[in-house]
Design a protein around this ligand. Sequence first.
Ligand code: SAM
Length: 189
Amino acid sequence: GYRARSAYKLKQLDQDAGLFGPGNTVVDLGAAPGGWLQVAAEEVGPQGQVIGVDLQRIRDVEADTVETIRGDMTDEETKEKLRERVGEEGADVVISDMAPNMTGEYSLDHARSVHLARQAFEVALELLPAGGDLAVKVFDGPDVEDLRADMEEEFQYVRSIRPDASRDQSSEQYLVGKHRITAPVATGD
Ligand code: SAM
């Protein structure tokens, strides 16, 4: 079985948006307790690689293709560790299920969620070569549209997906950017 029910959300995102292939390198941000790591490891198979990051310690996942880093994705030190672990070839897919501790104050929870989603987006731009995909959780609210617009500049297209498994937390959605576009070279004019 999976460690977290959220595993089924990732399965649905993969079914709807075609995220993973055999042999892929996947970066999973906000990975504890490890449900998404289990699903990603199954999908990429023995030739793949899955790297999870979380503030919390993550209990070892059985698949030996999974490695984890304990750290805060808003810290430069954690990002540097992650870049080193991923290496020069980069990742095929970045997924983020990062969520803030809920205060119950809607606008604050929303703002913190968008901040975490933007951290994931920024690190994805460093880790994904052309063709790479990003799926990132965000709580509904006024700032989602700006994030989506920024993602649309970097990916061929962006979809918003609400997995059935999220029904009971209906204020969350996943923005999925498909096929990263390589930045055009600046011409200076
Ligand atoms: N996808 C996971 C699974 O299937 O097991 C569940 C992730 S849980 C909904 C959200 C996680 O985001 C929490 O474990 C939390 O510690 C992590 N998180 C929140 N802020 C973070 C940050 N700044 N850096 C790293 N992880 C963070």
